[in-house]
Design a protein around this ligand. Structure first.
Ligand code: PDD
Length: 279
């Protein structure tokens, strides 16, 4: 299996970057994760658009042209015979002697891509997952998809150690911002879909955005607003979205059942619709 590293396709186990890469030392870089289903990229354009935005926000140049990146993605998928799974791409500011400020002499941004084979995404939602709430201790630019993920790492680990699949992060008002690596949704007792509005407080998920379109076409009522942990616990249903989780029902929050503790009809339906959309 291959990885792409700065212009070369190399054996994955031999792939490496320089010790003074700013991504490694300072988390000075951005990334994207794109799902692949039946050899087809899911939502490629919006993912690349978001990468472009992240790069601009951090003033990192594109390492290659957008077209070239599209070619590299496909070439790596072909070499790795990827049918179902994920493509990971990462751009860091480049290699330069360690200094917090940007390099004063121009450096070329570093580009790395890997693929990961996973199971074919299926409409069956399984039995749902548990989430655990905890404080959101991240910074004020969660809208940028940076590789600076330490708070997310610690949250995910705390969730796992509590037997949960995902962490739900709470702001200082007791409202859920999002998951450690997913967006959070609930269905209220009135049947209204709720997900937090996008601003600097959360990552504007591509899956979230596609699901919004799906909700509109199904004429489901969707409101983008903050919702509290209390409201989530009293909700009829809950679920999470991301390129890796698609639409995954949440059946437990902090050990308490959501609704009857079974996968809800809306989450099940939306997962089915999302799977159809990704075909
Ligand atoms: N995570 N929120 C956060 C903090 C995320 O890291 C992600 C994605 C999402 C969902 O975004 P999208 O629907 O575009 O995948 C929301 C990726 C999958 C990851 O870090 O692996």
């Amino acid at each position: 299996r291959y990885a792409y590293v700065n212009g070369r396709y190399v054996e994955h186990r031999e792939a490496s970057v320089h010790i003074e890469d700013r991504g490694y030392q300072l988390a000075d870089g951005v990334y994207e994760v794109v799902g692949v289903r039946d050899g087809k990229l899911i939502d490629e354009k919006p993912h690349i658009d978001r990468l472009d935005r992240s790069l601009k926000e951090l003033r990192i140049d594109w390492p290659v042209s957008r077209n070239t990146l599209g070619f590299i993605i496909r070439e790596l998928m072909r070499k790795n015979r990827l049918r179902d799974g994920l493509v990971y791409m990462q751009v860091t500011r480049g290699v330069s002697r360690r200094d917090h400020g940007f390099p004063t002499t121009p450096v070329k941004p570093a580009l790395v891509l890997t693929t990961k084979a996973t199971k074919h995404i299926v409409a069956d939602a399984g039995s749902g997952v548990a989430v655990k709430s905890m404080p959101d201790i991240r910074w004020e630019r969660c809208d940028i998809k940076t590789v600076a993920l330490l708070p997310n790492v610690l949250a995910k680990q705390a969730a796992r150690e509590a037997g949960a699949y995902e962490a739900w992060l709470l702001d200082d008002k007791g409202c859920i911002t999002e998951g450690a690596s997913t967006n959070a949704w609930i269905v209220t007792q009135d049947g209204e879909l709720v997900t937090r509005q996008t601003d600097n407080g959360i990552l504007s998920g591509i899956t979230r955005s596609s699901l919004k379109t799906i909700c509109n076409s199904l004429q489901l009522k969707l409101v983008e607003r903050p919702f509290s942990l209390e409201e989530a616990k009293k909700a009829k249903e809950a679920f999470i979205t991301s390129a890796t989780s698609f639409v995954t029902p949440v059946v437990k929050i902090d050990g308490e059942k959501v609704g009857d503790g079974k996968v809800g009809a809306t989450a099940r339906r939306l997962r089915e619709e999302y799977v159809r959309f990704s075909e």
